[in-house]
Design a protein around this ligand. Structure first.
Ligand code: MN
Length: 497
């Protein structure tokens, strides 16, 4: 019987995960079947020759700062490399991080963009940055112990041979030491969000780049021009995934290169996230745009798929041969890759076995309509129906306990399940009855939120006289995710002020 590392997740969840993963003593995850890049020689004394001969951009190169061959090797060695720099070396750290919810888009876009920037700097020092001593620090924007809860992320990392345990997480000393030391030069790139999370406030003034697809919260206003790319119009995101924006950065760089090929590991993780975020461009979900489809096509056609050794099990399931030489070219079948990742992410027994606190924290985001905690509220995206969620043991007690821990007065559980290829959404609001009732009334009745088609379905385990209540709301328009609910709730507090 394989044991999960202690303290990561509830026992029920751990035992469920252990059915699918072999968790090694080092805390890394080995899948039942894996797709591992063919090993490439690490760059050594013949680097110059090697690089002259190479025609594969973002695939075989090194930087003056980080020696690397491919995407996977780069990330597998990043912790070691970062810790080998001392602050006396006059290094400028470019911290690249996703949002605090830490979904696949946030984590993978940050890892991928860090590699893209490092590669670009190597191939053409003028592109990546103006400073030769910049070291990119790709950060997984979640606590180290929470990675096991992100099943889609762990699967993607495993597929390309990245050891999740070797990444750098927000609670790692290698990061916090740099973040908290005023003597260290740094800059911050925000991926998949445009306002730095409040618990990283010491880094606030170092933000100099934003790549995102959420409503602009108007923070970090010194970041402008091409460094402030926020793909969101009045109400909806212009791309379904931040990973699409990363692909667009790559396509721009490609224009100046001959014989371009994309590192297959990088291509596969970007493709996986874009497919997840757009539900494989399913029209019912209405999440993907033309830009996402172009990014998908680019990855499928421009990646160096032949560099993968694909396990036979995986081959028959997720990959197909693109030409006569079956051993040479393997291309992912997008519908199968999507379904594989989606099923792992939405796995009902996984979500059912999770205790309520894990369900609330797994994809949680905090919002502050005004500065400080007065109006702060939290929104948890949950892949369960409301009935199953509230039936979890101690739903209300543990929910209120969680609210106290994260210091918010109002908590929204945004529940989604997919039925017949169509998302179905419900909201549970939890908090003091006055706060909850006012917000519910606003969401149901205000003109500004009418596009969400929200209706009240009643109380759960609460009588109207209870001090704390939970209210369930049905959301008719499946196109409204947290990207739409959060700005709506923000506007409630801003109208009040
Ligand atoms: Mn995103």
């Amino acid at each position: 019987m394989v044991q999960a590392p202690r303290g990561i997740i509830s026992t029920a969840t751990a035992s469920f995960i252990s059915k699918f993963l072999i968790i090694t003593s080092l805390g890394s995850f080995l899948p039942a079947f894996a797709l591992v890049p063919r090993s490439r020689p690490l760059l050594s004394s013949n680097t110059a020759v090697f690089r002259r001969q190479s025609h594969t951009f973002l695939s075989k190169m090194s930087t003056s700062a980080l020696s690397m061959t491919d995407f996977s090797s780069y990330l597998n060695s990043v912790t070691t490399e970062i810790s080998s720099f001392s602050k006396t070396k006059n290094v400028n750290y470019n911290i690249i991080l996703g949002n605090e919810a830490g979904d696949a888009d946030s984590i993978i876009s940050a890892l991928a963009y860090s590699y893209v920037k490092a590669s670009a700097k190597d191939i053409n020092p003028g592109i990546g940055s103006s400073c030769s001593s910049i070291v990119n620090l790709p950060l997984a924007s979640i606590p180290r112990n929470d990675l096991a809860l992100r099943r889609d992320v762990t699967l993607l990392l495993e597929m390309v041979g990245i050891d999740g345990g070797k990444l750098i997480f927000v609670d790692d000393e290698s990061f916090t030491n740099i973040a908290n030391d005023d003597g260290i030069q740094k800059s911050v790139s925000l991926m998949d969000h445009n306002k730095l999370r409040s618990d990283l406030r010491p880094l606030h003034n170092f933000v100099d780049e934003i790549l995102d697809h959420h409503k602009d919260e108007g923070s970090h206003n010194s970041v402008q021009g091409e460094n402030r790319e926020i793909a969101f119009d009045d109400q909806f995101a212009l791309v379904g995934s931040t990973c699409t924006l990363v692909v667009e950065k790559i396509t721009k760089q490609k224009q100046s290169m001959d014989n371009f090929k994309l590192d297959a590991g990088l291509g596969l993780v970007l493709l996986g996230v874009i497919l997840l975020d757009t539900m494989n461009m399913c029209p019912n979900a209405a999440k993907g745009t033309q830009r996402d489809e172009e990014a998908i096509q680019f990855i499928i056609h421009e990646s160096e798929w032949s560099t993968f050794i694909v396990n036979s099990n995986m081959q028959s399931n997720l990959f197909e041969s693109d030409d006569d030489d079956e051993s040479q070219r393997k291309v992912p079948i997008r519908s199968r890759l999507y379904e594989y990742l989606r099923d792992s992410k939405f796995d009902r027994s996984f979500w059912e076995s999770m205790e309520i606190t894990d369900a609330l924290r797994i994809d949680y985001k905090r919002f502050e309509p005004s500065s400080g905690a007065k109006d702060a509220f939290g929104l948890s995206s949950i892949l369960l129906d409301t009935e199953t969620l509230v039936a979890k043991p101690y739903f209300k007690t543990k929910g209120l306990e969680y609210m106290r821990k994260v210091n918010v007065n109002l908590l929204g559980a945004l529940n989604m399940v997919i039925v017949d290829d169509k998302p179905q959404r419900e909201i549970v609001l939890l908090g003091a009855s006055d706060d909850v009732n006012k917000m519910a009334h606003f969401l149901v009745n205000d003109d500004s939120t009418s596009f969400l088609e929200i209706s009240n379905t009643g109380y759960i385990e609460s009588s109207p006289s209870d001090e704390f209540v939970a209210v369930t709301l049905k959301q008719g328009n499946p196109k409204g995710s947290r990207k739409q609910i959060a700005p709506a709730m923000m506007s409630f507090f801003q109208k009040k002020m």
